[in-house]
Design a protein around this ligand. Structure first.
Ligand SMILES: [Zn+2]
Ligand SMILES: [Zn+2]
Length: 225
């Protein structure tokens, strides 16, 4: 999902917040001194390398890209809740946005899942919970090799909310942006040939997958991220 925040530049100044940006006048808080024989603290940011900038309140978001199948990180959800353009209730995530509001139904919550039967397992990142997940795999699927080579233990930990679009239309990247990406992939592939290394962009990876499995859904399938 790609969003652009819409700010209310006309809002009264007392509603504006602050954000720390890297200082533009120095390199991590240091500038060359007057004698040009060393460095000294940047006078703009007092040597901190950061500058506080005023930002107007966010009134909503414009959606640049939204898939039919979408993963939401906790960070994105927290940011949206805080800024007021995202709501979460009744197993759904709603986004107040241009060109239209979107509602996603939550089909998977963050947690651990069995790679064999897809059942939620008690697992997590702590050792005790991992042991419970391993116990499920050992009891229900004894001796079976994990179907997921990335998770040879037989269970995986998902950190995102998995959702499916329920109200609204998915939004594709504009053609120009897609073309930019294709050009980047092409250049990356050529650089790989030139230097004898394998440089693979996300687009190139998808194409390779497609070549391997010609019966795949092709363009217009699900898109994550
Ligand atoms: Zn500075
Ligand atoms: Zn299982």
């Amino acid at each position: 999902m790609q969003l652009k925040r819409l700010y209310d530049e006309q809002a009264p100044k007392k509603q504006w917040g602050t954000r720390l940006d890297p200082c533009r006048g120095c390199d991590r808080g240091k500038v060359v001194n007057a004698a040009r024989d060393g460095v000294e603290d940047c006078p703009l940011c007092n040597g901190t390398g950061k500058m506080e900038v005023l930002v107007p309140p966010v009134v909503g978001v414009r959606i640049l890209r939204a898939g039919r199948v979408q993963r939401f990180t906790q960070n994105l959800i927290n940011g949206g809740l805080q800024e007021g353009w995202l709501g979460m209730a009744g197993g759904r995530i709603t986004i107040t946005a241009e060109p239209e509001n979107l509602t996603y139904r939550i089909v998977r919550v963050p947690g651990a899942y069995c790679c064999h039967c897809d059942a939620p397992v008690p697992g997590g990142l702590t050792v005790a919970l991992a042991a419970e997940s391993l116990a499920h795999v050992a009891q229900v699927h004894p001796g079976d090799e994990s179907p997921d080579p990335h998770n040879p233990a037989g269970y995986r930990v998902e950190s995102c909310y998995g959702t499916v679009l329920e109200v609204g239309k998915p939004i594709e990247l504009p053609a120009a942006a897609k073309m930019d990406r294709a050009i980047r992939d092409e250049l990356a592939a050529r650089a790989g040939q030139k230097y004898g290394a394998q440089v693979i962009g996300p687009g190139a990876l998808a194409r390779r997958k497609k070549e391997k499995t010609p019966a795949s859904t092709g363009p217009g399938g699900s898109s994550n991220g």
